[in-house]
Design a protein around this ligand. Structure first.
Ligand code: FE
Length: 316
């Protein structure tokens, strides 16, 4: 299906999105009557088949030609296959600088090894938040120890100029560290951010992200606050949900960029599961080239030169 892409201006014109001032409540309404406006779908895109790494077949929902970024989010890939030929080539040794990579696994395993000496498998239900900062070289190789199915995501989160060259850091989160909260029948795994007082284990990330795995059974409703100043998107990866007061349908394999508002609200008539991501926008120029994301072309050239000379992973 061809992606339906609307600019905010088009969305406003179509009535899909109403100006915030018309929805927050009239100026004379007592504070107790002002109802938090849920975020609506501003843009909807279909994830597109892409080949990455040494030949891994995946679907790119963010970071491609249909939707280049949702500041500070730079990329979202879903890899889901039970055909080992689609993924076993993996992602051999490669560098990163200037941003963060987040891996979240549903099934199968990815063996990770890096220039800091970290090494280990990422299994079902686990997550890894890697702050590449100044530079890291790593490999991410799928393994078959849990059967043929591999299902997971990689999300890239930008760093502001002042933090692009910080010391690299890993947060490896095995499944037991990611708490699950059940709210009105909806099951939420909290990787980052907070739901009903349960905080995710990811800490000290400059963009203060929220990352939730939300499973909404048929007939249930999820309605939770999100920081109003944060950019946000929902990527549905199973079933289908309806988002916002307008109940915009979002199917598996579609990413909905959300407009402004104080809450995220979604229902599902037949059951659906999604990743909900939100974070503080950085609002700086972005220069990206493969595994490097900087502010200027000169900084990209420097990253390439540092990689070639072996200085990418040093702190000099
Ligand atoms: Fe990588």
């Amino acid at each position: 299906m061809a992606p339906r892409i609307l600019s905010r201006r088009q969305a406003l014109a179509s009535g899909l999105v109403l100006p915030a001032a018309s929805l927050i409540g009239c100026r004379t309404a007592p504070a107790s009557l002002v109802v938090a406006r849920p975020r609506e779908v501003a843009t909807l895109v279909d994830a597109r088949p892409t080949v990455e790494g040494a030949g891994v077949k995946l679907r790119r929902a963010l970071g491609g030609s249909a939707l280049s970024m949702v500041d500070p989010f730079l990329l979202l890939d879903e890899f889901h296959s039970s055909r080992p030929d689609d993924y076993m080539a993996g992602f051999p040794s490669h560098p990163h600088r200037g941003f963060e990579t987040v891996t979240y696994m549903l099934d199968g395993a990815v063996e990770h090894r890096d220039s800091l000496g970290n090494h280990g498998p990422l299994g079902p239900g686990s997550a890894q938040w890697m702050t590449a900062g100044h530079g890291i070289i790593h490999s991410e190789m799928p393994r078959q120890e849990h059967g043929p199915e591999l299902w997971g995501f990689q999300l890239w989160v930008n760093l502001p100029a002042a933090k692009k060259l910080i010391t690299p850091r890993y947060q490896d989160l095995d499944p037991t560290r990611i708490q699950q909260v059940t709210v009105d029948g909806v099951t939420v795994r909290v990787v980052a951010g907070e739901v009903r007082g349960t905080r995710g284990p990811v800490d000290a990330i400059v963009t203060a992200p929220t990352l939730l795995d939300v499973a909404i059974p048929a007939g249930a409703r999820f309605d939770e606050p999100l920081p109003e100043a944060h950019s946000a998107f929902a990527y549905v990866f199973d079933g289908a949900v309806e988002v916002g007061a307008r109940r915009t349908p979002v199917q598996a394999g579609q990413l909905a960029v959300l407009d402004g508002g104080a809450t995220f609200a979604a229902t599902s008539s037949r059951g659906g599961r999604l990743l909900l991501a939100a974070a503080m926008p950085i609002r700086e120029p972005v220069a990206r080239y493969g595994p490097f994301v900087m502010n200027t072309d000169a900084e990209i050239q420097q990253a390439i030169a540092d990689f070639r000379s072996g200085r990418l992973v040093s702190q000099g």
